[in-house]
Design a protein around this ligand. Sequence first.
Ligand code: PMP
Length: 359
Amino acid sequence: MTRKYNFCAGPAALPESVLEIARDDMLDWHGRGLSIMEMSHRSAEVVGVAEQAEQALRELLGVSDDYAVLFLQGGASTQFAAVPLNLLGANQAADYINTGQWSKKAIAEARRFGTVNVAATSEDTNFSTIPARDGWQLSDNAAYLHYTPNETIGGVEFFWTPEADAPLVTDMSSTILSRPINVDDYGVIYAGAQKNIGPAGLTIVIVRRELLGRAHDLCPAMLNWQVAAENDSMYNTPPTFALYLAQLVFAWLQGLGGLAAMADINRRKAQKLYAAIDGSDFYANPVDPACRSLMNVPFTLADDALDKVFLAESEEAGLLNLKGHRSVGGMRASIYNAVGEDAVDALIAFMQDFEQRNG
Ligand code: PMP
């Protein structure tokens, strides 16, 4: 068996060593004679895995006891609704920064539940920049300020943390665990798991405890963070297998040296790839160099008639899922934590060879 290089934007590559452990555990988890998938979520085994996952995530990100860590379902898209349902009061506004397709979806969903103020947008640059902080028009009565620190489709990333009086709410789906952050800067951090955490089906919410208890009367119990916190994320059956895999991924990250070590690797990977793109007349990346994503690298070919050939040949070469998002076209290489430096080297070598033959 040869494993191929996977540049998928999500569900994304998982560390091979994690998959090997899962394979070995599959039929008989730690001598129990069952797989972890077949055990009650109330069992000591599964509760233990959940506790270990929470502990490791707290250590990796530096999450204090002032925050609840929730393991939920529904993906980040469900949190687009849960955020206003948990935080937006009747006489308040919700401030949003629009930096791309995922910001837009969060904004559209929040509009169902109350007053939304788009405090800044980079749509006029086709989402290739981040609007400068001094131009943001924040509301006086904001319940929160929401932003998307990494736009998975556009490949735009914040390398600074916005400051505001209102609690900061952030969709970290495609950047979480890629580098250290200061959790205390945030009111709420949420993320779908299927990029840097584990398989799809698990959603993580990290919420400052003082923000619990503000939910709208009509907020469903399943979306209410306080209900989840009071029930240790077991108000209903959590995605136990996804949680188990996430715990293995967290342990893998800890073994690597944590987020500072991961960030060094991620920076190296991204720098190489952007350097290869910038160093050629054949490939181009449209994003302002000050906010180019470390995780998602979109690029175009000088002649888009060659896109299909590029995709077919790259797949043939064992480099999978390089097709850009349907809304932007071109290519996109997602180089999340589990995509090794060897994968990026192989991609660059392929790109250079392709250019020589077609440029
Ligand atoms: N936000 C961002 C930044 C994303 O990249 C994605 C998925 N690609 C989502 C939200 C939606 O996540 P989910 O599919 O988990 O709902």
